[in-house]
Design a protein around this ligand. Structure first.
Ligand code: CP
Length: 308
């Protein structure tokens, strides 16, 4: 592949290859000196039109560990503010001969657009409501480590499904890996058309928790909601906030996930986020390993036997 834009083109065995490569990369993260010459001479450019803490920092860290040169386009200080189009920005990047562009954009399809325009590889770091494949892959690595695999594992994803690129990429990938996926949210944030994903949906969190191996809470994306929040924040909390009491309904040791950034007390109780069941910090660590794997696989030459 030249690019990573979403989960839909990847087969289950290709996802497994990425996860295996990420496991090798994780060993490097445990070393006292974390620096490889593998990608010396390669250039990676970060182009973030939306804010990010985890994704941008972990991509930059990953590229640097692998020895690549990195550049950051701070969109707020770039010529985008003077009206430069994405196409002209793409042409400018093309002229700089970069090897890999990592892009986050509010427009669904922006990463695909850049990939079509550029001979460089493109990784989608989140485009609108469409896809966030690297988040899904780091979630899969975390689930694999904690749950031992995906077959017959029940994964409940709860929250603002409608606006969530994380939910969409997770649902597509988890289905390919053989997991049972349940998407849960209020009807306004889980409209009937979400059934195109081919996974179970529910408006009633309490009724689907039994037997869940992992529960992932999603942030309410107020910035993407055009007509205000319905139900109200208070109602949302009452019905969908993950709390210790609610979690007991799973009847087993369930791991708690959240892609971040979290709104404590809205979609997840602070005490649950900080509890031993929470794997939220492991997700962040795995983000660096997965992004190292992807950068390596896309521009580092291919097989996963790299890393010695
Ligand atoms: N999960 C995630 O994409 O976080 P950031 O917005 O901080 O990158």
């Amino acid at each position: 592949y030249k690019d990573l834009l979403d989960m839909d083109k990847l087969e289950g065995k290709e996802i497994e290859l990425i996860l295996e490569t990420a496991v090798s990369m994780k060993e490097i993260l445990g070393r006292p000196i974390k620096k490889l010459p593998t990608l010396r001479g390669k250039s990676v450019l970060l182009l973030f039109y939306e804010s990010s803490t985890r994704t941008r920092t972990s991509f930059e860290t990953a590229a640097k560990i692998l020895g690549a040169d990195t550049g950051n386009i701070a969109v707020a200080q770039s010529s985008v503010t003077k009206g430069e189009s994405l196409l002209d920005t793409a042409r400018t990047l093309q002229a700089m001969n970069v090897d890999l562009v990592i892009v986050r954009h509010s427009g669904s399809g922006a990463a695909q657009f850049l990939a079509d325009e550029l001979s460089a590889s493109v990784i989608n770091a989140g485009d609108g409501q469409h896809a966030h494949p690297t988040q899904a892959l780091l979630d899969f690595l975390t689930m694999k480590e904690k749950l031992g695999g995906f077959q017959d594992r029940k994964i409940v994803i709860v929250g603002d499904i409608l606006h969530s690129r994380v939910a969409r990429s997770n649902a597509i990938g988890l289905k390919k890996l053989g997991a049972e996926v349940v998407l849960v949210g209020p009807p306004t944030l889980l409209p009937p058309e979400m059934s195109y994903l081919g996974v179970q949906t529910s408006y009633d969190l309490d009724s689907v928790l039994e037997g869940a191996d992992a529960v992932m809470a999603l942030r309410l994306q107020l910035e993407r909601q055009q007509s205000g929040l319905f139900p109200s924040l208070r109602e949302y909390r009452e019905l969908y906030c993950l709390t210790p009491e609610r979690l007991r309904k799973t009847g087993k040791e369930t791991i708690i996930m959240h892609p971040g950034p979290m709104n404590r007390g809205v979609e997840i109780a602070g005490e649950l986020a900080d509890s031993p069941l929470s794997v939220i910090e492991e997700q962040v660590t795995n983000g660096v390993a997965v992004r190292m794997a992807l950068i390596y696989l896309l521009i580092g030459g291919g097989t996963n036997s790299v890393v010695d």
